[in-house]
Design a protein around this ligand. Structure first.
Ligand code: ME8
Length: 593
């Protein structure tokens, strides 16, 4: 069913524009809707997270990747509501030497370890409101079919050959390393041990006959792809980094291991003595999910956005596109890359004992609170540091005080005794401020507020597109502050509903503030779904009025009818976001020491 925005039904234009005079210049303002069915239209979009290793329980870094993907996906669903238009996959990466070794040292069969940890990821993501449509495990039969088929295509296209492969192998990172990427460090027993320069994980010398992929043939095609698609890898510094890597020679890549050494994986078709390299196995998950090798996958590929951490950029931006090109397919449309969370300035690691448990955080700060924190503070371009006090401070100031306080100020019984969305008075707040002077009550800053909130949805959409969700939240938070300033400036608690002079202006102040809140609630849905629902329900905004195509801010100001005017507010359901008060902050500190 095609949903038609209110203004279309009324025969009005999708995005209304009025000219406002402010100071000496004339400016154009829009009502803030992104417009129904904009450029992205009804096209399909497929979002993916990395599939996570099951050697250890999930931590906040894994949750952060899943949240970024979830927010992008939810934002898109607000623009294109058809459930059939968006797909979102996550899952667990269960094969390879790393898992084989982890299971052995835990005294478990690999399947036991995989079942246990994969369930932990699923539970965590469900609890955190990750709205995935598919959860894939690489030990599933459908995945084996996809990987073996993909292998067969590469083989048939002459891109695999058998040869002697010799080099350093890092089991923790599951990758071969050139000599220059290996350094020597003192190990626990005081001996000098070879480790990866990037990750610091131990490496060992490996010499075996393997199947090898002709990666070297793809250096120029990859360069052409990246130069022709400057947005393929976002943010830009990562795009640039990959092009830099491609300046160097690209050696062929070993894509299998001896089964006697690595038995926990998918066998090479027709050669049981070899097991397929875990990264080839893992990357193909993105195709398995959409039905590969059956033709249905073509309706989702390559309309794909991979969300990944910077640690696995090489695998996604070089190996994967080369493998796809080799198999006669296009590289993915977008690769969104984010940096890492550190804890109190240190890399998170099991051995340092500083891994932050996401479940504890969700319990302590609430699901919406912790989602907001990670997405508001996480900056894809560089690493971010985690500590508990930062969470308490941010959530108290932005969600409890600024946003919750604003809602409370506009809906509390003593200020809004009728419990309705009051009327907007165009005489008090005309769209043409050229008519300033009584009875006009709006001031220059109020026009600035209207302008800021009207352009917010577009700004937010641009930030999502550039994978800068934190900037979207920064812009939103700044508008919340501006709206609080507006309410403070006009102090509706000092105005009197009984006075014929005050009443229209009092209604207008509340109407404008509620309209701002409606925009904030709508735009917060991808980040804090329950809190946004609570906010929009309190405003009386129905489920069908929460999409971005329908988001027309302050229509009365632009000369259009407002469907909310005069409407009863929703029921009062308590504080929007209770403060994480001092005692709780104290508990948090006590817990850490
Ligand atoms: O690499 N901060 O799995 P993995 C932010 N199975 N994000 C972090 C992080 C941190 N400190 N630590 C990890 C693998 N991540 C492969 C992927 S995909 C076909 C195969 C996130 O369990 C980030 O997204 O080691 C990173 O890329 C991913 O977890 C690595 O997860």
């Amino acid at each position: 069913m095609v949903r038609i925005p209110v203004f279309r039904l009324l025969g009005l234009t999708g995005v209304s524009r009025v000219s406002l005079l402010e100071g000496s210049g004339s400016r154009h303002y829009s009502s803030g809707s992104l417009g129904a069915r904009d450029a992205i239209c009804d096209a399909r979009a497929y979002f993916t997270t990395p599939i996570f290793y099951v050697n250890a329980a999930p931590h906040i870094g894994h949750l952060y990747s899943a949240l970024l993907a979830d927010a992008l996906c939810r934002h898109r669903r607000l623009r294109v509501p058809s459930p059939a238009a968006t797909r979102f996959s996550t899952g667990t990466d269960e094969h390879g030497l790393k898992i084989q070794q982890a299971a052995a040292s835990a005294g478990l069969a690999p399947t036991e370890l995989c079942d246990r940890v994969s369930a932990q990821f699923q539970q965590l993501f469900q609890e955190a409101g990750i709205s995935f449509t598919d959860f894939i495990r690489t030990t599933e039969a459908r995945h084996r079919v996809a990987v073996q088929h993909f292998w067969g295509v590469l083989k048939a296209r002459g891109l695999l050959y058998k040869g002697l492969y010799e080099g350093w192998y890092c089991a923790s990172d599951e990758c071969f390393l050139p000599e220059a990427r290996v350094t020597w460090q003192l190990g626990p027993s005081g001996d000098s041990c070879p480790v990866s320069v990037e990750s610091g994980h131990p490496v060992s010398w490996t010499k075996e006959e393997n199947y090898i992929f002709r990666l070297s043939q793809f250096r120029e095609p990859l360069q052409r792809w990246l130069r022709g698609n400057p947005q393929a890898i976002t943010p830009e510094p990562f795009h640039h980094a990959v092009l830099q890597w491609l300046e160097d020679e690209l050696p062929d890549l070993s894509v299998s291991r001896r089964s006697s050494h690595l038995h926990w994986g998918i066998p090479v078709p027709g050669d049981d003595s070899q097991t397929i390299y875990v990264w080839l196995d893992a990357l193909v998950n993105y195709l398995t999910v959409i039905g590969y090798p059956s033709a249905e996958f073509k309706s989702w590929w390559p309309a794909t956005s991979h969300i990944i951490g910077k640690d696995i950029l090489k695998f996604h931006a070089i190996y994967w596109p080369a493998l796809l090109l080799g198999a006669g397919m296009s590289p993915p449309h977008r690769i969104y890359v984010h940096s890492h969370w550190t804890v109190c300035g240190q890399k998170m690691s099991k051995s340092l004992g500083n891994v932050v448990d996401p479940k504890t955080c969700l319990d302590r700060y609430t699901v919406d609170g912790f989602r907001y924190f990670l997405l508001r503070q996480g900056v894809p371009n560089w690493d971010c540091d985690y500590y508990d006090e930062k969470v308490v401070k941010l959530l108290d100031s932005e969600l409890a005080d600024a946003l919750g306080g604003l809602l409370n100020r506009c809906t509390a019984n003593r200020i809004n005794p009728s419990g309705t969305y009051p009327s907007f008075c165009t005489t008090c707040f005309p769209s043409e401020p050229g008519l300033l002077g009584p009875p006009v009550r709006a001031q220059a800053e109020d026009y600035a507020l209207v302008s800021a909130v009207a352009t917010l949805p577009k700004q937010v959409a641009d930030h999502y597109d550039n994978f800068q969700i934190y900037k979207a939240l920064e812009a939103l938070s700044s508008c919340v502050r501006q709206t609080n300033g507006f309410v403070q400036r006009h102090a509706p608690w000092k105005l009197n509903w009984e006075s014929p002079v005050d009443a229209p202006w009092l209604g207008t102040v509340l109407h404008v503030a509620l309209e701002c809140l409606r925009v904030f609630g709508t735009l917060l849905q991808p980040v804090t779904p329950s809190l946004a629902d609570k906010l929009l329900s309190r405003l009386g905004v129905s489920a069908t009025e929460r999409g971005l195509g329908e988001l027309y801010f302050l229509p009365r100001f632009y000369g259009h009818p407002c469907p909310f005017e005069g409407r009863k507010l929703g029921p009062e359901t308590g504080l929007l976001f209770p403060r994480l008060d001092q005692s709780r902050a104290w508990l948090v500190k006590a817990h850490r020491t």
